[in-house]
Write a protein of this length. Structure first.
Length: 406
């Protein structure tokens, strides 16, 4: 009996101990499962995507030589600039007419060589300023209005001659200069007044509206007419002829005038304009000086072009279109509400010649006041004495290069 009771007690203990062990194992399994789930969602590192394989360019196969030839890029060829048509250019106020078909200079004078055995003409050294001015003109070098005075424009003209002849450009009539600067003609000649000369003299209106109503802007006085014909300052002309009644000229009047005469016209290859020196020079294709002229330039700096230009058109005796907007300083212009066509003539605002450039608003032209050239400024063009502008027009052609320098 006692033995049986001991077996029952041992059996209950074993059963209770096994039950506790099973619960402990179950608890550990649940804890392990919970820990695995927490790790899976919280601590597990995110899987990284494998980078796409880089695509390698095919290897460049060089030619079987140790030197690689350089790549030659052909130059870019720009189309030639179109020449502006010779029509009315409002910005320049010029009514421009087309040139004749040939581009050759007009009125070229062909001089035959002297016959064998002809004696050479007598020469005179240019030892005075008057003879120097005349000798310079005979070589195409203008001192401005001839007056027998060694002023600034005459000195600049003499320097141009000296540089062209490889002499010291000192502007003085030194022995080396006068040895080469000589005259072969008399210093003075005679001008005979004709009825045709007198018929050209008219008092001109002083207003723009009045000027637009006359047939031509010709000369106002005999001194003005003869002065331009002889490239002479009217004041000097009066001093040469003190007994003449200039206010009442008559037909058949004989006047003493300087014998100024340009050489035969030659075709120019280049025009150079110096803004600082206030001169214009023309050269042949060999670089020799063909002509030198005093020149007025634009008053406003922004109206002075710098660099390379070209002749677009050349006109003799052009009209002039007066645009009031170009002359705000004129009281009459402020009252006008329209443009006016001003007829041609030596007293036209652009004188007797217009050489238009390939930039709108710019040109080389004459002036009604040649004695003021180089001493006053223009509205934006290059102004020459009428006789110089006409001489330059004859040696110009469409496409002639023009270089404007500071």
């Amino acid at each position: 009996m006692a033995r049986q009771r001991r077996r029952q007690v041992r059996s209950r203990r074993e059963s209770s101990g096994g039950s506790w062990t099973r619960w402990l194992v179950a608890a550990l399994l649940v804890a392990a499962l919970g820990g695995f789930v927490w790790w899976w969602f919280r601590l597990r590192p995110a899987p990284s995507k494998a980078p796409a394989p880089a695509v390698q360019p095919p290897a460049r196969v060089l030619p079987p030589t140790s030197v690689v030839a350089p790549i030659v890029v052909p130059p870019v060829v720009l189309p030639p600039a179109e020449e502006p048509p010779p029509t009315v250019i409002v910005s320049t106020n010029i009514v421009r007419t087309p040139l004749p078909a040939p581009a050759e200079p007009e009125s070229l004078t062909v001089v035959d060589p002297p016959a064998v055995g002809t004696p050479a003409p007598a020469t005179e050294k240019a030892s005075t300023w008057l003879t120097a001015q005349l000798a310079l003109v005979s070589r195409g070098i203008s001192p401005g209005s001839i007056d027998g005075v060694g002023g600034g424009q005459t000195i600049e003209a003499l320097r141009a001659f000296q540089m062209d002849h490889r002499l010291e450009a000192n502007g003085r009539l030194d022995p080396e200069t006068t040895e080469q600067l000589t005259l072969t003609e008399p210093s003075f000649t005679e001008f005979i007044v004709t009825a045709q000369h007198l018929a050209r003299l008219h008092r001109l209106p002083t207003t723009w509206l009045g000027k637009s109503s006359v047939p031509a802007l010709d000369f106002e006085s005999l001194a003005e007419l003869v002065g331009e014909a002889a490239q002479c300052h009217p004041g000097y002309l009066r001093r040469l002829n003190p007994a003449v009644d200039w206010d009442h000229p008559r037909e058949g009047l004989h006047l003493k005038v300087p014998a100024a005469k340009f050489p035969p016209v030659r075709r120019a290859a280049l025009i150079r304009i110096s803004l600082a020196g206030k001169w214009l020079r023309a050269f042949d294709d060999g670089g020799r000086l063909l002509a030198h002229f005093p020149c007025s330039i634009a008053a406003r700096v922004e109206k002075r072009p710098i660099g390379g230009l070209a002749v677009a058109v050349a006109v003799k005796d052009p009209n002039y279109t007066f645009d009031p907007d170009i002359f705000p300083e004129s009281a009459e212009a402020r009252t006008l509400n329209r443009r006016l066509i001003i007829p041609p003539g030596p007293n036209n605002p652009v004188g007797v010649a217009w050489i238009g450039l390939n930039r709108p608003g710019y040109g080389i032209h004459g002036t009604p006041s040649p004695e003021q050239v180089g001493r006053t400024e223009s509205h934006g063009c290059f102004r020459l004495a009428n006789w110089n502008a006409e001489y330059l027009r004859q040696m110009s052609w469409v496409g002639l290069r023009v270089s404007v320098e500071r």
